[in-house]
Structure formats: C-alpha cells, structure tokens
Design a protein around this ligand. Sequence first.
Ligand SMILES: *Cc1c(COP(=O)(O)O)cnc(C)c1O
Length: 360
Amino acid sequence: MSRVYNFSAGPAVLPEEVLKEAAEEMLDYRGCGMSVMEMSHRSKMFEGIIQEAEADLRDLLNIPDNYKVLFLQGGASQQFAMIPMNLMKNRVADYIVTGQWAKKAWQEAQKYGKANKIASSEDKTFSYIPDCSDLPISPDADYVYICENNTIYGTKFKELPNTKGKTLVADVSSCFLSEPVDVSKYGILYGGVQKNIGPAGMVISIIREDLITEDVLPGTPTMLTFKTHADAGSLYNTPNSYCIYICGKVFKWLKKMGGLSAIKERNEQKAKILYDFLDESSLFKGTVVPKDRSLMNVPFVTGNPDMDAKFVKEAKDAGFENLKGHRSVGGMRASIYNAMPAEGVKALVDFMRTFEKENG
Ligand SMILES: *Cc1c(COP(=O)(O)O)cnc(C)c1O
C-alpha cells in the first residue's frame, strides 16, 4: 500500500488513523456482526454513534446549549436555499460576496427575496477580503451572509463583519474545525464535511434555537425546514449514517490531537512553511493579499500557464496529487486541511524548490 500526499480541496485527505480504524470495524462493528453501513439508523448501536458524534462536536467547538446541531444531506449547496427559506421573514438579506460559493449563495437567495450584495472583492479576482467594519447593512435584513473561508481563492475572514446587530450566517465548509470559534457570534454556521471533516454527502449546520421555527416561507418542503430535523435529532429520515460515523471518529481524533487550539497552532505552522517559501520564491508566488491568507487553501502561480501545467504534472508523478487550481482560476492550489501532515507540506516545498532550480 502506498498513500500519496493529497492536496485536494474536497473531498479531501482524512486522518490515516481514522481510515484504519474504520477498516478494522468494516465487517463487524464492535461485535454486532455487521458494518455501520448495514445497520438501522433507529438501532441502539447507531443512536450511540450519532449522539457521541454530536457530543464530541459540541465539546470541540464549545457549542452553547441554545444551539442545535443538525446533520443534513444535500451538501453545503442545499443550505444556499434552506437558509433564505427558513430565515427570510422580511424577504431581505445582505450578502458579502468574496468568491464563487458566496456568489452562488447570493444568487440562490434572490429566488426568495431581496438579496443585497453589500460588499464584494470581485474587482480583484476575489484575492482579498473587503473591509467589513462599516457596511450599509439593510435595516430590515433578516441576516448577513458570508463565506468565511473561500476555498477557491484562498482568502479567509480574520475578523467577522460588523453586522450591526443582524444575525450572522456563515458558510465555514473549508475552515470547519481548523481553529476555535466563538459560536455565539453566529446565528448559523454550516459546512459541507467533505472539506475538512469527513466523506462527501453531508453538511453540518449549527443553528441558534430562536432561528428554528415553523414560520418559514410558503411552500418550503418539509425536508428543507430546519425544524423538521431539529425536532427529530437529525433522524427525521434516514441520515447519511456512515458519514456521521466517520465524522465522529474525526472529532475524536481532533480531541486526541489536543482540540482546536492545538490544531490551529499546527495549521499555522504548516501554512507558514508554504507561505514563507512562496514569499521568497523566484518562480512561484501566492495570489492572495497576505493579511487575508487562508490557513487551509493556498493558491499560487508561476505566471506562465505552460509552466503551471508542467509543475502540476511533475508534482503528480512525484506523489503530490490534486495541485491543479480550480478550473475558474487556473494555476495551482494546495489544500492543507487538518489531516494533511506537516511532512506533506515540507515535502511539497522541497519539491517546489527543486523544480524552481531546474526551471527558474
Ligand atoms: C465545496 C464548498 C461548497 C459546496 O459544497 P457541496 O457540499 O458540494 O454543496 C460550498 N461552500 C464552500 C465554501 C465550499 O468550499
């Protein structure tokens, strides 16, 4: 068996320990004679799995008691619609557009009401985070929306926007559990788990209880109403049970690693190795304004598309997978999520240094 260094933006690298454990439990989960994939989501065994996963997540993020944790399907993209359907009482919301994912969410919200774009960084290919300290927040906005870490462009809000008292909703897909957060500052924070937590096919939405009501937009399907899932403890219908099980193992792994403060420190050290190299390199350069750089997604270019392609190919041959940038921006992108070991980043930088000598 040989494993590559996988820099994919998602689905992405998972902790090897977790994969090994899952492999060991595949045929016979803890003496019950079947795999987690095969068991009823109403069984005692699975009840234990989902409850433990939620408890560990609450512990990791220090989630206050007045927040619900929902394990939902439809990915992060489904939240783009679910959020306005459930929250747009006045049919007004303010969106800060810092990349393709925020833009998609903003466009989706326009189906349900007035979705105002109150700030954007599109003028410079989303390479920075706009100043959000004094934005023209709509007096009747039901919420203010951000994408906290922009997976494609590699920017991150280092400070949350001043929402002037309005509910903050954040897509944290690609920075989920990468550092401690103060959950009480958000009305909703949600993320597709396939970036930094688990397998594809699930989104975790952490929602303040007062935002979970029956007062949703007319025509909202039962399955897209937060209250349906909150009342049923994420078991209204069959959930993505195997995904919940793997996520639960990742939560335990994160706790074992020392929790989110320790993970943040580790992530900062890892990102620094790559950013320091990009800052001194004569061939490669980062594309993001330094103060807004993400710890998770690191885009870079040589400035020459042919050279970029040569690099991606040679890197792949050397065991560094998925370094090609998003199809909308080109260049390269190294996603260095929680489960990417520091050795992977060091090995990548060594490879880049050699490539630079040979091609500079
Ligand atoms: C990947 C991604 C999405 C889309 O996730 P799906 O689960 O595929 O719908 C949304 N937002 C961000 C920030 C992402 O990185």
